[in-house]
Design a protein around this ligand. Structure first.
Ligand code: ARG
Length: 465
């Protein structure tokens, strides 16, 4: 924190009831400036709106309002240019900026806090901050989804084994598999939008906890800041952190999705699977084993999921049992929240860059889908077509698979004689039924893996974007 003045006795705080100045370590211990200064822009925007509303309500003279506006913009520039001197003695971003404003413009700066408290101010800042982060996250989700669609479009006929229990189940297309992630990220997007719509109420004007005697126009402040409306209850306004928890919850679910794709990428790029290659630029080597090409990016995303879950737990625990209204505990909301947003953005960026460049090893995947009797269900479905009840068909195919296993054969390698001994209705067309292509094409049900069906799903996905 080289731009933060850690000396705590350089500035006296407010002229309050205290007769002793705060202990240096207590000042440092209770300060949040080292992390909440990242909300400086939001804090200034909140102050500008509050000042404009005060002016509109004749609670602030023309020249005072003008001085506040100019002063705050000057401070914004100083912060942007790295010239602003942050001070631990001034505790947090709110006091730092207000103090600097008063240093600059004198008396007018001291009028800004009329009808406002840091309690409604900080709640507003976090909401403004989260709104921007959500917009950024949504645009990155869209970029990732665009990449998934581009990849899927080229692979509606690329066949791979679909798994349950990580055992070969039925053939699916690589496109179909990737589009499953498209769906997950669509739900994530919806959760972020939902979080944003619920948080979009303005706490300013709730003041410390009870509202204020000044005739504030809370609707105007809300409107100026792009909120849908002012919050309803002043106590709730300053003590609510649901929006932070919802944000971490939406992020946790999204990280869970990313960790599943990450895990598959780690498996698929292993020499044992060899389903997918990643361009070298997304991988790293080993300092001792020259042959290594490690999937560090997906591994890190998988790992970072844990810290986001941790932040969600932190916030839930932070808010648990807090009596109304504001408590200093709430200052602990910021670090988990900021790290959640940073982690989400970082992981999304890495994935959105990388996922479209996955190179499926088409032949390896196809061969893998031919092992493990992946079309056994197609065999049973075929017998159902011949009039057998599914449970009886299942038994016939079970016997066929067990014979094939003991002979170390594929199902399609069983002779016509053997097959007919299992059931007389089996004809030579069964060999076509047992191919991976036939298995895929048969699954034309809405949401199924047939190439044309997936192509349609991709079209719908594109239209949704
Ligand atoms: N830095 C504080 C926080 O992050 C701002 C609100 C402080 N309010 C108070 N009454 N101490 O929560």
């Amino acid at each position: 924190m080289n731009d933060t003045n850690s000396s705590t006795n350089s500035v006296t705080l407010v002229g309050n009831r205290m007769t002793e100045s705060v202990d240096d370590y207590v000042a440092e211990f209770t300060a949040s400036i080292t992390f909440d200064k990242r909300m400086a822009d939001q804090d200034i925007n909140g102050s500008l709106a509050h000042a404009q509303m005060l002016h509109n309500q004749k609670l602030l003279a023309d020249d005072d309002y003008q001085a506040i506006k100019d002063g705050l913009e000057e401070i914004r520039n100083e912060i942007r240019e790295g010239k602003f001197q942050w001070s631990v003695a001034l505790e947090d971003v709110h006091m730092n900026i207000e103090h600097a404003l008063t240093q600059k413009i004198g008396l007018a700066g001291k009028r800004l806090h009329t009808g406002r408290s840091r309690n409604d101010q900080v709640a507003t800042d976090i909401k403004l901050y989260l709104r921007d982060e959500i917009d950024h996250i949504i645009s990155e989700i869209l970029r990732l989804q665009t990449g998934i669609i581009a990849l899927a479009e080229n692979h509606t006929e690329t066949i791979m084994p679909g798994f349950t229990h990580l055992q070969t189940a039925q053939p699916v297309s690589f496109a179909h598999h990737m589009m499953a992630y498209f769906e997950m990220f669509s739900r994530d997007k919806a959760r972020f939008l939902d979080c944003k719509s619920r948080l979009n109420e303005c706490p300013l004007g709730a003041a410390a906890l009870a509202g204020t005697p000044f005739p504030l126009d809370r609707h105007l402040t809300a409107e100026l800041l792009g909120f849908d409306k002012p919050t309803e209850n002043s106590l709730d306004s300053v003590s609510d952190r649901d929006f932070a928890i919802e944000f971490c919850s939406a992020t946790s679910i999204m990280m869970m999705h990313m960790s599943r794709l990450a895990e598959e990428m780690v498996l698929w790029t292993s020499i044992q699977f060899n389903f997918v290659s990643l361009p070298d630029k997304f991988c790293t080597g080993s300092s001792i084993m020259p042959q290594k090409k490690n999937p560090d990016v997906p591994e890190l995303i998988r790992g970072k999921t844990g810290r986001v879950y941790g932040h969600l737990m932190s916030l839930l625990t932070l808010m648990k049992s807090q009596p109304l209204a504001y408590n200093k505990d709430n200052q602990e909301d910021k670090e988990p929240l900021f790290d959640t947003a940073d982690t989400a953005k970082g992981c999304l960026r890495a994935f959105a860059d990388m996922v479209p460049h996955m190179e499926p090893n088409v032949n390896v995947m196809l061969r893998a889908s031919m092992e493990g009797y992946a079309t056994a269900t197609d065999f049973a479905d075929y017998l159902v077509g011949k009039g057998l009840p599914f449970r009886d068909a299942y038994k016939v195919v079970g016997t066929a698979v067990s014979m094939a296993v003991s002979n170390k054969q594929g199902l399609a390698e069983l002779s016509m004689d053997v097959l007919q001994s299992l059931h007389e209705s089996i004809g030579p067309e069964i060999y076509q039924v047992l191919t991976q292509d036939a298995s895929l094409s048969a699954r034309r049900v809405y949401g199924g893996t047939a190439p044309e069906t997936v192509a349609e799903a991709i079209q719908r996905a594109k239209a949704k974007m």
